[in-house]
Structures are given as structure tokens and as C-alpha cells.
Design a binder for this molecule. Structure first.
Ligand SMILES: *Cc1c(COP(=O)(O)O)cnc(C)c1O
Length: 366
């Protein structure tokens, strides 16, 4: 059986380092907001090429807190609009609506699956305050165009980098440093994954960073003095220690995925399968290898019969979810078509050559 993502095998690579990290934290007796978090925040900020990284509890909170901090700064208010891709994981949209701002859903480019920058202008109104760009499946959105539109209309640019740790834009700048602020997730299956929930915000804006740091810790900078009605969203010492271990191997991991992808792209040849489009080599870190097949149900069944796991990212678009009834009548045909056809193949740094060959043979025999 070829597993979609073998987290046991992935984390076993770092078992000794992870055990050491665990023992260090256990022995320290200090579990929240300590040296491990400070170390990881510094390492991650350096890795992304930004001044500030703030560890939080998960990726959704990271995005949420960015928007909340802009509200506290008086730059966003309830009812303001944020442009966001319709073709994304629901968290990108939840962060906007949880803050009582209005998500304005924009169709993707049909090949990159990321927001189509040509359509953004038409969705900007007098209430638009930001563009939330998602780097879906690990491929950077077209940030040059997005930043130019944002500059033209004085909008903030928020990156959802939950799937794009380490992706490098054509200008050499990394995910997390391409907008005003960025949210990262370290959910176990992400490119940089903790052994539980974790997330971070990155930014070069010191004021914003301080507010987010405070908001994520009960709105408090000094213990028991509360400046904001904050939340509890902290990245704990254990997860920070694990993430410091795994960050060291992130680029190496991505390279291994790239070599699997290289084989998929050169050896899969089946007219029924649409392979992913890569805009720039280093701007894709392959969180997922997503193909499109018109008769998806039959394809998934074919793979399953041959003991190969596939997953669908994602089966139902945000605007068709029960949770967003008020969007249900929207017509977003490109997003809907993509959601009908996409299917993700196994991809990780621990797939063997033999497993990759099995996947390729199976896709080609469909
Ligand atoms: C995973 C993910 C999130 C949310 O991260 P969590 O840590 O699960 O809260 C947000 N956006 C995208 C695009 C994601 O893939």
C-alpha cells in the first residue's frame, strides 16, 4: 500500500533529535512562552527573511490575529471587505468572517489554481481594505501583480502561507515576507509540521507584531496587565522545540519532494490527466501534487484497487459549504470545476523510488 502521507516514517527520520527536544523541555519544567519559543521564533524569522515571527496556536489563529491586530490599529473595521481566493481551504475565509469583515471571493487562474490577479480590480470597492493571497498547494500566488494592485488602492496584503513554507518568489523573497503580514500553519501534515497544532505570524511591521504578541496572550504584554480583550493562542515550548528540529531539515525535505515531482511530471503520461503547472521552479514547494481528472470517482477507485491512497483537496468549495449559506447562490464556475476534478497523489520526502514508480504506473494505466 502506498500511503498518501506517512507521518510515522517522516518523523522517525528525526526521532533522536525529537527525543532530545522532548527531554530538554521536560527537564526544564517550563512549558509556555520560554526559551524554546524564543529560539524558534528567531530561527523562523531568519528563515523567512523577516524581522518578526510570533508563534501562535495554529494557522487559523495566525490569520485571525493579523486581521484582529489591524482592527486594533484602527485600519480595518467590521463590514470592511477583504479580497480572498474562492479556491482555497476554508480557514482563509474563516479568518475574515470571524473578525466580522466581509470575504469577497475571487475566481482562480485555471492552471495555477491561485487567485487570478486580473480579476481582483473588478472586486475592489470603497470598503476594500486588504487582499488575502493564498499560496495554494505550495505554489506562490502572483505576488508582484497582487502587491502592485494593493499599492494602487492602498490595501494591505496578507499572505496565507500555510502550505508554502520556504517557497521563493522570482525576486528571491520567501513566503512570509512577500506581503505586510503572513500566517503559517505547522499542522502535522504541512511542509513544516509540528507533532500537534501550531502556527506563526511573520511580518516586518514591529507595531503589528507587538499587538499580535499581546492579543495571542490574553491581550497582555506584562503579566496581569491587559491592554486588549485578547485570546489564548500560544505555541507551547514542546512544539517550538520540535519545530526547531524540523526546520533544520525543511529545505532538504522540499528537495526530496521536488525529485519525486520531477518524476511525476516527466513520467506520467495519460491524456485523461491534467498535470500541475509550475510558474517558477523555486516558487513551488509542493505541499501537494494535485492533478485533475474528469472522471475523478473512477480514477480514485482505480488507485484504491491498486492500493494507492489519494486525497481530494478540496471536495466542496467554501461558497457551497453549509457554514456559508449566504454564499451558496454565488456562481464561481472555475472554482466549482476545479473542486469537481482535483485529486492529490501521494507526495512526501519518504516515498521510495519503487513507490513512486507504482504511483506512476497506476496513473498511466487509468
Ligand atoms: C492548514 C491551512 C490553514 C489553517 O491552518 P491550521 O493550523 O489547521 O489552523 C489555513 N490556510 C490554509 C491554506 C491551510 O492549508
Amino acid at each position: 500500500m502506498v500511503k498518501f502521507l506517512d507521518l510515522q516514517k517522516i518523523n522517525a527520520l528525526y526521532q533522536q533529535d525529537l527525543n532530545e527536544a522532548f527531554n530538554r523541555v521536560l527537564k526544564s519544567g517550563w512549558f509556555i512562552h520560554g526559551q524554546e519559543l524564543r529560539n524558534f521564533e528567531k530561527q523562523f524569522a531568519d528563515y523567512c527573511g523577516v524581522d518578526h515571527a510570533i508563534g501562535v496556536a495554529n494557522g487559523l489563529d495566525a490569520l485571525n490575529l493579523i486581521i484582529r491586530a489591524y482592527k486594533e490599529l484602527g485600519l480595518f473595521k467590521e463590514g470592511d471587505e477583504i479580497v480572498v481566493p474562492a479556491n482555497t481551504y476554508i480557514a482563509s475565509v474563516l479568518a475574515i468572517s470571524e473578525n466580522r469583515l466581509v470575504p469577497v471571493l475571487v475566481e482562480p487562474d485555471e492552471l495555477s489554481y491561485n487567485i487570478n490577479p486580473e480579476l481582483i480590480r473588478d472586486h475592489i470597492t470603497g470598503r476594500t481594505v486588504a487582499i488575502l493571497a493564498v499560496h495554494l498547494y505550495g505554489q506562490l500566488a502572483e505576488m508582484e501583480k497582487i502587491n502592485a494592485i494593493a499599492a494602487e488602492f492602498s490595501l494591505k496584503v496578507i499572505e496565507d502561507s500555510a502550505q508554502a513554507h520556504g517557497a521563493i518568489f522570482a525576486n528571491g523573497i520567501k513566503a512570509g515576507a512577500l506581503g505586510d503580514a503572513s500566517g503559517f500553519s505547522f499542522y502535522p501534515g504541512k511542509n513544516l509540521g509540528a507533532l500537534g497544532d501550531a502556527g506563526a505570524v511573520t511580518t516586518n511591521n514591529r507595531e503589528l507584531a507587538e499587538i499580535i504578541r499581546s492579543l495571542s496572550n490574553y491581550g497582555s504584554q506584562a503579566k496581569y496587565y491587559n491592554d486588549f480583550q485578547g485570546i489564548n493562542s500560544r505555541l507551547d515550548e514542546l512544539q517550538a522545540a520540535f519545530l526547531s528540529v524540523k526546520l533544520k531539515y525543511l529545505d532538504q525535505d522540499t528537495d526530496k519532494k521536488r525529485s519525486v515531482v520531477h518524476r511525476y511530471l516527466s513520467e506520467i503520461s495519460n491524456d485523461k490527466v491534467l498535470l500541475p503547472t509550475v510558474l517558477h521552479q523555486n516558487s513551488h514547494v509542493w505541499h501537494l501534487f494535485v492533478i485533475r481528472v474528469q472522471d475523478r470517482a473512477a480514477f480514485v477507485e482505480h488507485m484504491k484497487m491498486n492500493n494507492i491512497e489519494t486525497v481530494i483537496h478540496y471536495p466542496i468549495p467554501v461558497h457551497k459549504q453549509v457554514a456559508y449559506k449566504y454564499f451558496n447562490n454565488l456562481s464561481l464556475p472555475i472554482t466549482e470545476k476545479i473542486h469537481r476534478e482535483v485529486v492529490s497523489l501521494p507526495l512526501s520526502s519518504v516515498l521510495s523510488d519503487h513507490e513512486v514508480s507504482q504511483v506512476i504506473a497506476c496513473v498511466n494505466s487509468f
